[in-house]
Ligand binder design. Structure first.
Ligand code: EPZ
Length: 446
């Protein structure tokens, strides 16, 4: 067990206001995009989270100067002197994040070669990178896998190509975008991911001088250009973090105003939140989420790629569903192992049964492959404080929500993992009136 522990005294509604900033699933990628420019880029609304620090470190190893700007949350990234990094230094970042895989295309363009360390990221399934390497080969890269990482070489300029992804993967779509913009000729990408963070990355690249058009059927056309410049961009808000706080409001019978949250990227979530019985109100500055009293309603939920119900919203919502009356059905179709976190909820008093069958309208890739990827949640259940070990980012935040909704005290281990994607979450919890504390022995070491 890790020794970063939080004591959570549950049973009180979370009430108040918090502010969210730029999306974790856009900001590090926009930082990588800066590598493609001839001049400096200016990225605004950058949250202080670990994924940003990892990418900042990797960029600096490759000669990119990164400094904070005048505005709070502003980074200035200057790639004027991109250079090869020492493999041992890069390797020190092994296992820290999944973003390093996106350095491939930009480094191949800038240097003709790249070394990518072993990847990290949440343990929510196998998380292969076969699509990434397949598309890079199509662009003309040569790839060699070694025990410490992967070496890629592009002796000649990469060339545009026709690609059809087997699944609309977010990462593989970003890989294609970041590579195709400077490749020679046209790239046609079919079955692309079209998440709002992808569209925002396309906006970043267009500001840099790229030519990218989005079709109506998950097709993206990219016409390679010879050179890109820097950009100035304000990152779109983190719709995944916003939804996490919304679920915290619902599960604790609370009322949270999420400043910075935007309706457009959250429409699917908002519909589901309303079906469960949650209330929300949108204004120009953010969205207020609250439990309006009365019973919450059980629902049938299927995760999907955008514009479907985002997989990262699933785990926090499942905690709220333990408080709904009746049987909720959840079918996870994006990651094969994103329901393992429910075991700990059952230990707290929830009634969640996992199934290997597809319990949804659409049979998915996992039904025939024997993964426990469907759940039936029977509620409402009284949750009792417990000893919890954080398994992954969203699962971990969900444990916090469960602990806050539960009666009694929970001891949550591995709390540091939340810093990967939730800026300042401890301060935000306290602002919302949560009773959380570090154990005495931990305080003594600070
Ligand atoms: C991104 O992961 C996000 N991470 C995830 O956020 C998010 O859950 C996911 O997209 C889906 O929206 C970041 O942006 C850093 P994928 P990514 O490629 O790009 C399979 C969070 O909590 N696949 O769209 O890695 C894969 O196994 C996280 O914020 C392959 O088979 O996800 C999965 O089943 C976690 N081969 C599916 O595609 C590949 O080469 C979707 O993955 C690539 C993916």
């Amino acid at each position: 067990m890790t020794d970063d522990v939080l004591l959570v005294h549950g049973g009180n509604p979370l009430e108040g206001e918090i502010q969210i900033r730029g999306a974790k699933n856009l900001v590090p990628k926009a930082m990588v995009a800066a590598l493609l420019g001839q001049g400096p880029s200016r990225l605004r609304n950058v949250p202080d989270i670990r994924d940003v620090k990892v990418v900042r470190g990797l960029l600096q190893l490759h000669g990119v100067t990164v400094r904070t700007g005048d505005e709070d949350g502003e980074l200035i990234l200057d790639p004027s002197h991109v250079e090869s990094a020492n493999v041992a230094d890069i390797d020190a970042h092994a296992g820290s994040s999944r973003i390093p895989i996106l350095f491939c295309g930009p480094l191949l363009h800038r240097l003709g070669h790249a070394f990518i360390p072993g990847l990290g990221g949440c343990d929510i399934g196998g998380r292969p990178v076969d699509f990434h390497f397949d598309v890079l080969r199509q662009f003309g890269a040569t790839i060699e896998k070694h025990p410490q990482g992967t070496y890629l070489v592009a002796p000649q300029r990469l060339h545009g190509t026709k690609i059809e992804l087997p699944f609309p993967s977010v990462g593989a779509t970003e890989q294609v975008l970041l590579t195709a913009v400077l490749a020679e000729g046209v790239t046609e990408l079919r079955n692309a991911a079209i998440e709002p963070e992808i569209v925002d990355l396309i906006c970043v690249l267009q500001k840099m001088g790229a030519i990218i058009s989005m079709g109506t059927d998950r097709t993206i056309l990219i016409t390679g250009v010879d050179e890109l410049d820097g950009y100035t961009h304000r990152a779109l808000p983190d719709r995944l973090e916003a939804a996490s706080w919304a679920c915290a409001a619902l599960a604790t019978k609370g009322d949270i105003y999420v400043r910075g949250a935007r309706q457009l990227e959250m429409m699917t979530f908002l519909n589901t939140f309303r079906k469960v019985g949650g209330a929300f109100e949108v204004d120009d500055e953010g969205i207020r989420f609250w439990h309006p009293g009365g019973e919450l309603k059980a629902i049938a939920l299927e995760t999907d790629v955008h514009p479907g119900f985002q997989t990262d919203w699933q785990q926090p919502l499942v905690v709220a569903l333990t408080q709904a009356t009746g049987l909720s059905i959840v079918h996870e179709t994006v990651y094969e192992s994103r329901l393992g976190f429910t075991g700990a909820l059952n230990q707290m008093g929830a009634h969640i049964q996992l199934y290997r069958e597809c319990l949804g309208a659409t049979p998915c890739r996992f039904g025939a492959r024997n993964f426990q990827h469907s759940a039936v949640v029977s509620g409402p259940s009284k949750l009792i404080g417990s000893e919890l070990v954080i398994p992954d980012l969203r699962g971990g935040f969900s444990y916090l929500i469960a602990a806050l909704a539960a009666e009694g005290t929970s001891t949550v281990h591995g709390i540091d993992l939340i810093n990967r994607g939730y800026e300042n979450f401890m301060a935000k919890l306290r602002d919302l009136g949560a009773h959380v504390e570090l154990p005495a022995e931990q305080l003594a070491t600070i």
